[in-house]
Ligand binder design. Sequence first.
Ligand code: HEM
Ligand code: HEM
Length: 456
Amino acid sequence: MTTPDENSSPGYATARAFCITSACWMVIGAFVGLLGATELIAPDIAKNIGWLVFGRIRPIHINVVLFGFVTPGLLAAAFYYFPRLLRCELFSEKLGVFTVWVWNLTLVAAVISLAGGHTQGREYAELIWPIDVMVVAAFGLVFFNMVMTVRRRTEPLLYVSIWYGLAATILTAAVYALGNVIWRPDSGALAGMADAVILWFYGHSIFNLLLTPLAAGIAYYVIPRVVLSPLYSHRLAMLGFWSLMLVAPQIGTSHLLQVPLPTWLKVIAIADSIAMAIPVMAFLINIWYTAKGRLGEIHADIGAKFVFTGTIMYFFASLQGAVMALPQVQRVTHFNNWVVGHAHIGVLGFAGMIALGGMYYILPRITGKQLYSRLLADFQYWMVLIGVVGFTVVLTIAGMTQGNAWLNGHAVYRVLPMVHVYYIVRAALGLMLFTSAIVGLYNILRTLLSNPGGTP
Ligand code: HEM
Ligand code: HEM
């Protein structure tokens, strides 16, 4: 099974705009993360400056990296491969660029409102109602543009990347609205346990139904192209897609194993967390077998190098996720830095790496010239790799220290000195990641702006 060939040559204004958006917000997101990490080392550093306290900085960091850096980076590549795989022009580049403006306006509103203390106080669903509506509208606009492009296609075959792109955007619009209880503007919440269930149904769906399908779509596009080989198996790709759709939505409840929920809900969550092995391995085997024996080609293309490394990180994030969903393990890992380590290997190591890879893959193709600096891109690659592996190591050790100490009855204030050193290493790694984000922004801007009218 081959990927369809390409013959369209639109201006890719939307893909360009999403690239700039992602690169800029990566710098801001990494900076805010660094600020949060510094406050965890020196809690008095921001004194009583309201908008700088950790409780406000943390949701700003999370919302900015998720919706500012990773998602737009992934969408940039999607807006490149949709017209090419469908052999037609994008339905509307104007609508695409308008969407990017709405997107950025939403992010600015999110940062200002969170910094000002306006929050609905639910993790990953902190944003207040008007901004929730803007997020849903932005995803709706992306989906509309994509689906209208599918309608005008000249290629009858819908390659698996198209399935993933469409599913990710429409499901996120729906799941975001549900998880943010958008029909209750005042609180954005249900009552009691039902609220926890719906929140975490949405919470982990952001990773499994937004970031994962978008990232998988890019890997399925980039890897066969770079290694100049057909995809290993279209059937396996379909198995991966449908099993993800079936299994992933139930994982969220595995965040709630420690709370008084009906046991059958927890059993489904645990069973499905383990069953995630099916979509995860179907995707990974397909990509890795496609690349088998051709790692040289992947090494030579910086975009593919990021993407391929992202698939390896996906393996580790998923393995870790399945282990964390076992109640005996979660008794130790819950509510501590182990989970923060998992979050960074998943969101940055897997989805973030693939977002960067997608952008570096499309940049020379949408500008019609080489990347401004391969050296700088390689620098960023190594910094992100060292940063994310380093984060995982120190946060896992810190998490296990915290978890075991708490199980042994130690008070939190006695455990904090034990993990202080890991917090310092995390901040040092964060400084490295922040620097690499600035380098990435510079490289991406120089590549894009030096040839604004290029053709692929
Ligand atoms: C087989 C796949 C996966 C499983 C079974 C899984 C399972 C879990 C579980 C059980 C938790 C909650 C742990 C706790 O609170 O004690 C969690 C948290 C988290 N997961 Fe995953 N995970 C998987 C893959 C991923 C991937 C691929 C990503 C990123 C793209 C990701 C991102 C996150 C994040 C950000 C959190 C932290 C949420 C919070 O703030 O509490 N996970 N995961
Ligand atoms: C730019 C890519 C990054 C991504 C995609 C990312 C992603 C995330 C995510 C998903 C969480 C939520 C974790 C959870 O709820 O369990 C988080 C928390 C956090 N991140 Fe990042 N992050 C990035 C960069 C950084 C950097 C450069 C630093 C600097 C050290 C940093 C420091 C933190 C801190 C301190 C937290 C809060 C941890 C806590 O609540 O204990 N992050 N990040």
